[in-house]
Design a binder for this molecule. Structure first.
Ligand SMILES: C[S@@+](CC[C@H](N)C(=O)[O-])C[C@H]1O[C@@H](n2cnc3c(N)ncnc32)[C@H](O)[C@@H]1O
Length: 249
């Protein structure tokens, strides 16, 4: 009998249901309804609406930093970043030969390209060794067109490093009117496989229930311990990170 057959047998189905029921009973015994102490969190408005910037480092940025640290070696050669070049400088160091910046509006003095990723014929094909696309994909209504452009402008062998929200509130700055989406690891996996060979795509999720609540309340990294931040729970995807490589010719 294969593992799949064993898991789908009626006995296993019954055992799984029983186990789920027992777990639920245990949870309501440990935390009876009405006994939860909400403390400072019993409020219908958040502690802060600034994503944690007013209290320290935002929790999603902790995960962005971890992801870029892991894949820092990919940040090399000619690098395109969205909005500014701070991650290129911080993580690319002297591996980077050219820093480019793409901004959707014409008001950014450090932008070397101005344009919308869904309509960017002016950005040359097969050009970038690395594209750092942090906290942007959810702002693009037609994200498939954006990914088509990204794939086109990466060099063969070039790498996209992308991060975007899973569980998040919506910002209250100039990007609020652009904010369209949240993703899951599954939707990301299927989406990126439409453009990149699936063996070239690595998807990770970051977060847990405490990190999610703290993030939604606008608390900062400084208010949780590294152990609390690093605990990963697949049911609480605060941030999704993707490394995707365009195949060599
Ligand atoms: C919140 S910033 C994210 C990038 C920034 N480096 C960061 O990590 O916070 C939002 C960025 O999304 C970009 N953006 C929004 N819609 C876009 C689009 N359709 N095409 C290209 N960029 C877009 C803007 O240019 C802006 O720099």
């Amino acid at each position: 009998m294969t593992k799949e057959q064993a898991n789908s047998s009626p006995v296993n189905y019954w055992l799984n249901n029983k186990w789920r029921w027992l777990r639920t009973q245990w949870q309501s015994f440990r935390h009876p309804v009405g006994s939860v102490d909400f403390g400072n969190l019993r409020r219908v408005t958040p502690i802060s609406r600034e994503f944690g910037y007013d209290r320290g480092l935002p929790i999603d940025r902790y995960y962005v930093d971890k992801f870029l640290t892991t894949y820092a070696d990919d940040i090399r050669g000619r690098v395109l970043e969205i909005g500014d070049d701070s991650y290129t400088r911080q993580f690319g160091g002297d591996r980077v030969t050219t820093r480019d910046v793409l901004h959707v509006k014409g008001n950014n003095p450090i932008a070397t390209y101005v344009g919308d990723l869904t309509n960017a014929d002016h950005i040359p094909s097969d050009t970038f060794d690395c594209f750092i696309l942090t906290q942007t994909l959810h702002l693009v209504y037609d994200y498939r067109l954006a990914l088509q452009t990204i794939y086109r402008i990466l060099k063969p062998g070039g790498v996209l490093l992308a991060t975007f929200p899973g569980i998040s509130h919506i910002c209250n700055d100039e990007w609020a009117e652009y904010w369209c989406w949240s993703f899951t690891s599954l939707s990301s996996k299927q989406l990126f496989a439409e453009f990149f060979p699936k063996e070239n795509v690595q998807i990770q999720t970051h977060g847990n229930v405490l990190a999610a609540i703290a993030f939604l309340q606008g608390l900062s990294v400084q208010e949780l311990s590294p152990k609390e931040l690093d605990f990963g729970d697949r049911q609480y995807e605060v941030l999704i990170t993707v490394r995707a490589m365009k195949p060599e010719d």
